[in-house]
Design a protein around this ligand. Structure first.
Ligand SMILES: [Zn+2]
Length: 257
């Protein structure tokens, strides 16, 4: 399985980092994890065939994770995509997205490939192509949902971390969290790859998270602006004696697991 970081910044892009987006490849098929801006552009520039992209997981409804979906679908239309595209997204975003896609003329029948926008199941498995997955609700949007409760009762603060299985590997994708300790329930079994954000917790907390189970590989991305230029230097003290392999991703970082 191959992991490619298309974007590694957090809320806004920086001089060298696009917003958060990750591309997973298994047996020539692709799955996207989140989509900040830009998303179509790095796919086009890598000659990724749209018919090989089976779907996308949107961890929560912040624009740096879901904002590019309409343009991605518009790109697929122009590229004459024929194969199905499945999107798992928070249930609070499904109907608003469908309405918005109709408003920007990016819905059936203009979308002429099978498009499924499905609510993330809080219990039970899901699958896109060869990737099986389940989801863990985290606390990233708890404060935002409380602030918007009166004016926007439809905002339920749904934010998820994702557990993926592919090619016999167990992979955890944090999405955005309130603290990396939100991930603790997923650390009950060995982890082959942890893809973790680095914007919403103290790096030292990470050592607490991985005290009992250390991921085979940990790849950080979605960097807080303070870590933008040289995360490997700024976080050296924390990870100097960390026994697992640690990757401080940049846009274009790609590796096999
Ligand atoms: Zn984010």
């Amino acid at each position: 399985m191959k992991v490619t970081y298309l974007g590694t910044a957090s809320g806004i892009a920086t001089r060298t980092r696009n917003q958060n987006a990750i591309l997973l490849e298994s047996s020539g098929r692709y799955l996207l994890l989140d989509g900040g801006e830009p998303l179509s552009i790095p796919l086009i520039r890598r000659d990724i065939c749209c018919d090989r992209i089976d779907g996308m997981v949107i961890s929560h409804m912040h624009p740096d994770h879901c904002g590019t979906l309409p343009q991605l679908l518009a790109t697929f239309i122009i590229q004459h995509k024929k194969t199905p595209f499945t999107v798992y997204l928070p249930s609070e975003g499904v109907e608003p997205f469908k309405i918005f896609l109709r408003a920007v003329y990016t819905a059936e029948p203009i979308v002429n490939f099978p498009l499924r926008l499905l609510p993330i199941p809080e219990q039970g498995p899901a699958a896109i192509g060869d990737f099986r997955m389940s989801f863990l609700r985290n606390n990233h949007l708890k404060g935002a949902a409380a602030a918007m409760k009166a004016s926007s009762p439809g905002c339920r603060g749904e934010s998820y971390s994702t557990e993926l299985f592919c090619e016999g590997k167990r992979i955890i994708y944090s999405g955005d969290v309130a603290s990396c300790l939100d991930l603790l329930p997923l650390f009950d079994k060995p982890v082959d790859l942890l893809m973790c954000e680095m914007a919403h917790f103290a790096p030292e907390d990470f050592l607490e998270l991985t005290a009992k189970i250390r991921p085979g590989v940990t790849a950080f991305s979605h960097f807080h602006p303070k870590f933008d230029v040289h995360p490997e230097l700024l976080l050296k003290d924390v990870f100097d004696h960390y026994p697992g392999r640690v990757i401080f991703s940049r846009d274009g970082t790609s590796f096999d697991i």
